[in-house]
Design a protein around this ligand. Sequence first.
Ligand SMILES: *Cc1c(COP(=O)(O)O)cnc(C)c1O
Length: 395
Amino acid sequence: MGLPLKHLFDLPDGMIYLDGNSLGPLPSATPTRIEKTLRSEWGAHLITGWNVDGWMAAPTKVGDRVGRLIGAEPGTTVLGDTLSIKVHQALSAALTLRPDRRVILSDTGNFPSDLYMAQGLIQTLNRGHDLRTVAPERVEDAITPEVAAVLLTHVDYRTGRRHDIARLTQAAHAAGAVMIWDLAHSAGAIPVDFAASHAEFAVGCTYKYLNAGPGAPAFISVRPDVVGRIDPALSGWLGHEAPFAFDPDYRPGFGIERMRVGTPPILQIAALEAALDIWDRVDMAELDAARVALSEQFIAEVEARCPDLTLASPRDPAARGSQVAFRFAEGYAAMQALIDRRVIGDFRAPDIMRFGITPLYLDADDIVAAVDVLEDVLVNRLWDRPEYLTRKAVT
Ligand SMILES: *Cc1c(COP(=O)(O)O)cnc(C)c1O
């Protein structure tokens, strides 16, 4: 089972792509959409494209289309920059909302860039903030009254383990802390109801499950009653109340507009729009049912045929995101051997083989075919060759 949308993607012949959690594949409509923006908008209209082609409004207009996929209310999501930048924006705003508190709480499973951005912000502020990281299962107990902000990635990038958004947001609020959810591995992967969670901030990227292409913009959503109280740390001109007044003094723009920084990436937003045309046809509950069916099938096939691999993801599908991870001591080499045989997953140190299960363009036949190759690689030790054992720069 998958969704009947595979024909909307340009997947190379003979390749089984299990890495949509890192970089989604190319939708067939994207090149034409970008070509249109290049020739009929930029080429034909030049600078006037900012008005006549709606480029200036694109970050909020297209932002709302992304917002719908994470349950954000219209008018509360904006696109721009990269996810690391959006983490900085959300966290710096959260800290100013809690000026008397000094602790940022995160977990040891968080994606390093989120932790690095927190460390850099602490240095810049130089006001004695402390980044505290605890094991994912200990987060709830660690939300104490000195915590200013809880910064968590919903779905663990390695194991796919999923936090409970509603419960942890409630715990953060009960302790008076601000809640920031990183939805990098959730947007387009599993149903999320950001508005219902009442969390202050959500951030995420569009090049993973949303399929907007390498370098596509990130997004930030802010709870509507909070955004008016934010003094943006990255106070760029397009987040100004009146960018074209060229006032020498910064005044934050209205609502979510203030989370904009500089010139939006129009070509990348065009690619995102083409990808979102597919998402407009997707019912998230149906997507989730297909995710569960394909993931359960994948786990069952791997465990039956590849006894050297150990499941690293939670066994309960409701406790996982849309990826399945297995541990194997020679996981790096085994993944290289798989990739050479056109089954594309990826590897995360120290020993995780990661497989993105994306029902938009995968079906039950793909799962069986992928495990056929995996079984061959493991049973016949095809990974045990010098060219597979040497690590490349991007794993
Ligand atoms: C993918 C990912 C990032 C990447 O950030 P960029 O700035 O877009 O490179 C950051 N955080 C998390 C949790 C991610 O999964």
